[in-house]
Design a binder for this molecule. Structure first.
Ligand code: FAD
Length: 563
């Protein structure tokens, strides 16, 4: 017998789970969210909060034209048959309705007119406007007490480890726009002069990215009256004799509780990237849980296994949302290197000192290239990102702020030879990092030559609109710079990820399918707990959060019989 009854039980508190819970409660379903961690928000709270929404409501303002056929054909080509057409179509048709709903509940977004889809060579791609970035959110709307229950941003994603920064601002700074200097001064003044707020917490009142999204969702959930439990992990799903999922068993305060769910259970418990055993079972090797950029302890595939025990079919289990990551001492998770690798004057090499990829390309393909290089025996794991003194002076790289602001003498002593390696010459650097010196020198020479001509003859870096988004627009090729002036630097990259993308296979309504392709009544799944609708690729920035929330939106409509 269930000890408590709800209409809907939602497992996890990432963006998809939360959106589903709010929508359901608003539509009259008594809803409970159970979260395993002691904080709400999961990886979603650490994220950029970007969503990839074809045909979105802000495209007219951004001067972007889009249409259903073009968006569908682009996404269909991207997914390479690894998600069915009807799921792809459901996504393209519904994503903007979901975004509209976010706006209605107080989480407006704006289209990023210059942020291109990730595969410009695929027909139907756009050179901007499908990715949306959340508008700033004032944390006082959520309230301080509730803010303390939300997973905070990682310091590495904030300016000086304290101040929130939006995707637009980050882009403006990295592109060296003059206005960015005033933006930084404005941000600092706003932060430091907000004494009434800062006297209560060091967390910035102004939230951006994933913090803005999750704080907005938590605010809306409180307003709607969703009941939310922390420290309450799902242990099992409960099924009736006919196989219908009728509830869950969770652990709370050391006790197992059986809870009933009259309409259904929505699983949104993230991926399995923090589970070493599952990584070894499913992902390409080598693979280490510590390489991931997601929260420690969080996503261990609990609900993958619970779903499988209930008869669910698993799909895409060998794929992840890859990104190269770096180990930064004292930071709880490895840091994703999304942007800096694209800036002119750096290159990435294997153990032979040779480049093996377009450093500015999409990050999932970057991670795959590292693993492929390793499999060939060329030593892509770890790979090394190498740059010279000029790059070091001008640009950030992982935890290193530009040398003009924080010179080597001001860096923590313990970081030398753990976070970064340094040599007066490339020979010296190569010896320190165990990379072939002749190969390294040849790669630097070629890169320097390509910077002069503006053409990377090896990997065509900077040869497309996506690459060029993060670069220096004043250069002949925004992504190419010489590597010639000592001292030289290297930092280590691991093939990490921002989540795994394999999970329970669902249909166009987010309903979980069994091994025969039949729906399991009462069971829905979204986000990285489910097999991604994006197949093996990442069509544009926001390809994980967009679908997580869109299929949660559809799942609730299905529960209510309102497709
Ligand atoms: P999560 O947000 O991780 O939530 C899962 C939750 O389930 C967690 O809170 C976890 O504790 C909980 N849970 C796990 N097991 C249980 C259990 N047994 N019982 C109850 N609860 C459980 N993606 C984008 O689309 N756009 C971006 O801009 C973007 N930027 C990113 C930037 C960074 C630095 C990182 C790290 C990731 C980024 N991502 C981005 C990826 C994105 O954050 C994740 O893919 C997404 O958050 C996954 O959402 P989810 O709801 O599936 O999982």
């Amino acid at each position: 017998m269930a000890e408590q009854e709800y209409d809907l039980i939602v497992v996890g508190s990432g963006a998809g789970a939360m959106l589903g819970a709010i929508r359901a409660q608003e539509q009259g379903l008594k809803t409970l969210v159970v979260e395993k961690a002691d904080l709400f928000g999961g990886t979603s709270a650490l994220s950029g909060g970007g969503i990839w929404i074809p045909l979105n409501y802000d495209q007219p303002r951004a001067g972007v034209q889009d249409d259903l056929d073009t968006a569908f054909s682009y996404m269909k080509r991207c997914v390479r048959g690894m998600a069915t057409d009807d799921r792809v179509l459901a996504y393209v048709e519904t994503a903007n309705k979901m975004a509209e709903y976010l706006r209605q509940i107080g989480i407006p977004y704006r289209a990023m007119a210059k942020y291109a889809d990730y595969y410009p060579h695929i027909e139907g791609s756009k050179s901007g406007g499908r990715t949306m970035d959340p508008m700033d959110f004032d944390a006082s709307k959520l309230g301080l007490e509730a803010l303390e229950t939300m997973r905070p941003c990682l310091p590495g994603n904030q300016l000086f480890g304290r101040m929130s920064i939006s995707a637009f601002e980050a882009h403006s700074m990295l592109s060296r726009e003059l206005k960015s200097r005033f933006t930084i001064i404005g941000m600092m003044l706003k932060y430091f002069l907000d004494y009434p707020w800062r006297s209560k917490t060091c967390r910035d009142r102004r939230l951006t990215g994933g913090q803005a999204l999750v704080a907005g969702l938590l605010t809306a959930a409180r307003k709607a009256g969703v009941e939310m439990w922390r420290n309450a992990p799902l242990k099992e799903l409960v099924q009736d004799g006919a196989g219908r999922v009728t509830g869950v068993i969770v652990e709370k305060n050391g006790q197992r509780l059986q809870l009933g769910a009259r309409r259904g259970v929505l699983l949104g418990a993230g991926g399995f990237e923090r589970n070493q055993q599952m990584r070894e079972q499913y992902l390409n090797k080598p693979t280490q849980a510590e390489w991931t950029a997601t929260p420690v302890g969080g996503n261990t595939g609990d609900a993958h296994r619970a779903g499988q025990a209930a008869g669910a079919q698993l799909h895409l289990m060998d794929w992840s949302w890859g990104v190269p990551t770096m180990d930064v001492p004292k930071e709880p998770s490895y840091r994703g290197i999304f942007v800096e690798r694209s800036l002119p004057g750096c290159m990435v090499v294997n153990a032979k000192g040779q480049r093996f990829l377009d450093e500015s390309g999409p990050y999932p393909e970057f991670q795959q290239a590292m693993l492929a290089e390793h499999a060939k025996g060329h030593g892509g794991v770890p790979a090394w990102i190498v740059f010279d003194a000029s790059f070091r002076a001008r640009n950030p790289m992982g935890p290193l702020m530009p040398g003009s602001a924080v010179p080597d003498s001001k860096l923590r002593k313990s970081w030398l030879n753990t976070v970064y390696w340094k040599g007066e010459t490339l020979d010296e650097l190569a010896a320190q990092i165990g990379v072939d010196a002749a190969g390294l020198k040849d790669s630097a020479r070629r890169m320097t030559e390509y910077a002069r001509t503006g053409k990377d003859l090896d990997f065509d870096r900077g040869g497309n609109v996506f690459d060029r988004y993060y670069g220096d627009p004043r250069l002949k090729n925004p992504n190419l710079g010489p590597i010639e002036k000592g001292p030289f630097y290297a930092m280590r990259l691991w093939p990490g990820e921002i989540g795994t993308k394999g999970g329970l296979l669902t249909d166009r309504e987010g309903r979980v399918l069994d091994t025969q392709g039949q729906t399991i009544a009462g069971l829905y799944c979204v986000g990285n707990n489910s097999a991604s609708v994006m197949g093996p690729t990442y069509p544009g920035a926001g390809s994980t959060l967009g679908p997580a929330m869109t299929f949660a939106f559809r799942a609730v409509a299905d529960m209510l019989g309102k497709p």
